[in-house]
Design a binder for this molecule. Sequence first.
Ligand SMILES: [Zn+2]
Length: 430
Amino acid sequence: MPDVFADLVGQDDAVDTLRRAAASAAAVLRAAHLPAPSATAVDPDDDLAALAEADGGAADGGTATAVDPGAGMTHAWIFTGPPGSGRSVAARAFAAALQCVHGTGCGTCPGCHTTLAGTHADVRLVAPEGLSIGVGEMRALVLRAASTPSGGRWQVVIIEDADRLTEAAGNALLKAVEEPPPRTVFLLCAPSTHPEDVSVTIRSRCRIVPLRQPSAAAVAEVLVARDGIAPDVAQWAAAAAQGHVGRARRLARDPEARQRRDAVLAVPRRLTGVGTALDAASALIEAAEAEAAASVAESDAAERAALQTALGAGGTGRGAAGATRGSASQLKDLEKRQKSRATRAQRDALDRALVDLAGFYRDALTSALRAPVAPVHTDTAPLAEAGGQKWAPEGALRRLEAVLECRAAIEANVKPRIAVEAMMLSLWRG
Ligand SMILES: [Zn+2]
């Protein structure tokens, strides 16, 4: 039976760290439930001292000198790694292991099961739907995280995009991480530990779990073994997704995702002049908008309906005027949140397209250099090879840089249309 860590593809080191920490956390709980004198019988390999002290000094603090600090459990963690490496998968798996009744992350007990299903009462997940996580949300979360875990184990807070915390939200979180309640564990996910992603003060309080980009072979293996995808399709999708497990799965399964990718990879052929370059820019932006709109439409409608039901739409009588004013502002809030989520979905869709395009020019470059590496996009490899011959390494590199600059510009808040138009013109001029 696969345990909760089975979904972490190609991350042996991280899984090893997390397993040991989960075992240590389970030992802390066992120690806390024992009368003080017997607590010294706890496995001295675990770094219990800090947590056990916080738990009321149940374990002998003297064990701290004899332990490997790398094995232990701590209150705050940061999972870092490139997109698709499984940061939030790792955080959820670890949360499940902490709530596991066996303390291992068995994958089958109620603790594991409810955590992975997102219904465990002591696991809270913050996934910003907009471009940032606000201070109000963070304060409410920190407050609730301080309560005693109802299941008797840990209060776990997962912050999926810790790099999207506003400064005020970061400060609210920092206070909690600096003086954590004894049974609260914070699991932060961020692309890197760069100060732009996570503030230095927060980072200094956390243990870091670096995840790497899994190899195409490891991703393909998972698609075959766990998703029942045919080996040839799995290999193609894993390479095309460039180490992003979720993207590889979508490409293997969703014909629309494949069509969108085909359209993006047709761009280099279509750039024959200024007009076609600007058309290609429009097409790319509009495709990202359409993809984003489709991805949020369902949840937007459901949220709106739920809010209207909650507000008792169309009420009359005493207090109805005041209630209407109140509900108008709630609807406005909802619309604001939805708009912010749509913007983010558009950026994510556009970024995926740009990563695909970068892969094409990278293939052209490696082919021009005759580098002995496998292409990212096997299906457009002949085209990339022809491009590489025509452009020479310098020309292929300039084009690759144009795509990467476009991503960086959008990340720095340049209007996507302007950045993409500039990129297409550079790709056409070469
Ligand atoms: Zn379990």
